[in-house]
Design a protein around this ligand. Structure first.
Ligand SMILES: O=C(O)C1=C[C@@H](OP(=O)(O)O)[C@@H](O)[C@H](O)C1
Ligand SMILES: C=C(OP(=O)(O)O)C(=O)O
Length: 411
């Protein structure tokens, strides 16, 4: 179903209990499944991807695993099942069957795992005969998805004599690898990261209750809203200064667009007023924070900034080809973009093209991608906008539309 959003005052004031991080949640769930003793996870994400992983790990009597659209679940479970004795089939949505997994499968095979492709070489679905991992050292391409590396790290303490992961080339999405490392350390694992390798000692995960922090990727939509509002004061509860999430860089990015962040007792406060100055151009490499690129692209277009987005290579293999989707939808709204390889350039509109930006009754396609829906929603502060397929947000932020109502968006 489509949702048409509008906002009458352009003034945003409110307090939001921000949704929990699915990335943190999914790591802790795998650890829980590998840990000999039970522990409590507080504030586990309500994201569909996390609910799916929880069910597959703890409520699935079958040997068949369907992860739907959830990339981390596909990758983390593939490694997990390769470790576990038994014969399993793992698959996902049509899109998941187009998202590559060869780098991870090759690495697991190098360690002795028995995995075969059931449809297309290099892509899910997979048949996994688990329980054959014996190797202790692998070399892996770090430039496709960090999820492969996190998946290997998470199972590593359970491999006899541990694991050394050697990187063949530049790592992308590094903060996600660091998040995995820090969470594993928190659960008592002996792990170290030198420049080009990560070494994990064999050992047990030590049970301890864990509180999941709120999600900085989800916070980015609130930054997008604040940037386009005439004035804003929004409290986002559940976020902390010492976050494990690379997307916390949204604080620094949005300072350039006039949004100030302050840390308050239970989270952060975003403030924006028309007297906050904003930059006239923007140039940023999103290699370490790919999930907020769409949010920032929509903000830059709406603020009419000359902008260059670099480091977007991985966006092509996510829920959709996000570079293509952004270009299509922003062009539809009258903005002027170029794609140069994996870079996206947003051009400032001229006097001649300016009125193109006064769109009306435009509907934005989501390409089955939660981040398309949420990244474009702040545009409702400029003019009513229809987002086709409101339901996609369930993947990471099921209460997104309800939370928007709390600050007077109407639909
Ligand atoms: O490990 C994780 O939780 C994630 C890693 C990133 O993927 P890539 O490493 O494929 O960029 C990110 O885009 C994804 O949303 C979540
Ligand atoms: C890319 C994402 O998730 P995943 O790869 O886990 O499907 C995302 O949430 O933006």
């Amino acid at each position: 179903m489509a949702i048409t959003l509008s906002h009458s005052t352009k003034s945003i004031k409110g307090t939001i209990d921000l949704t929990a991080s699915k990335s943190v949640s999914n790591r802790v769930l795998i650890i829980k499944a590998l840990c000999a003793d039970d522990f409590k996870i507080e504030n586990l994400a309500s994201a569909k991807d996390t609910v799916t992983l929880n069910n597959l790990l703890f409520n699935n009597e079958e040997q068949f695993f369907d992860v739907g659209h959830a990339g981390t679940v596909m990758r983390f479970l593939t490694a997990y099942l390769a470790l576990k004795k038994g014969e399993f089939i793992i698959t996902g949505s049509e899109r998941m069957q187009q998202r590559p997994i060869k780098v991870l499968v090759d690495a697991l095979r190098d360690l002795g795992a028995k995995i075969s492709y059931l449809k297309n070489e290099g892509y899910p679905p997979l048949k996994i005969t688990g329980g054959f991992i014996t190797g202790n050292e692998i070399e892996i391409d770090g430039g496709v998805s960090s999820q492969y590396i996190s998946a290997l790290m998470l199972i590593a303490p359970k491999i006899k004599d541990g694991l050394k992961i050697q990187f063949k080339n530049e790592l992308i999405s590094k903060p996600y690898i660091n998040m995995t490392l820090e969470i594993m350390k928190d659960f008592g694992v002996d792990i170290s990261w030198e420049e080009e390798s990560i070494e994990i000692k064999e050992g047990e995960y030590r049970a301890k209750d864990f509180v999941v922090e709120a999600d900085w990727s989800s916070a980015s939509y609130w930054y997008g809203i604040a940037a386009l509002a005439n004035e804003a004061e929004v409290n986002l509860y559940g976020l902390s200064k010492n976050s494990l999430q690379g997307d916390a860089v949204a604080q620094d990015i949005y300072e350039k667009f006039g949004v100030e962040t302050s840390f308050v007792e239970n989270g952060i406060r975003l403030s924006k007023s028309l007297c906050h100055p904003i930059a006239s151009s923007f140039d940023f490499d999103f290699e370490n924070c790919p999930d907020i690129a769409q949010t920032v692209a929509v903000t830059c277009a709406a603020l009419n900034l000359e902008a260059k987005f670099r480091g977007l290579k991985t966006l092509r293999i996510k829920e959709t080809d996000r570079i293509f989707a952004l270009q299509q939808e922003l062009t539809k709204l009258g903005y002027n973009l170029d794609v140069d390889g994996d870079d996206l350039i947003i051009n400032r509109y001229s006097e001649k093209t300016k009125n193109l930006n006064k769109w009306s009754n435009v509907s934005v396609d989501t390409y089955d991608d939660h981040r398309m829906a949420m990244a474009f929603a702040p545009l409702a502060l400029l003019a009513p906008i229809t987002i086709n397929d409101e339901n996609v947000v369930v993947k990471s932020y099921p209460d997104f539309w309800k939370d928007l109502e709390k600050v007077s968006f109407s639909n």
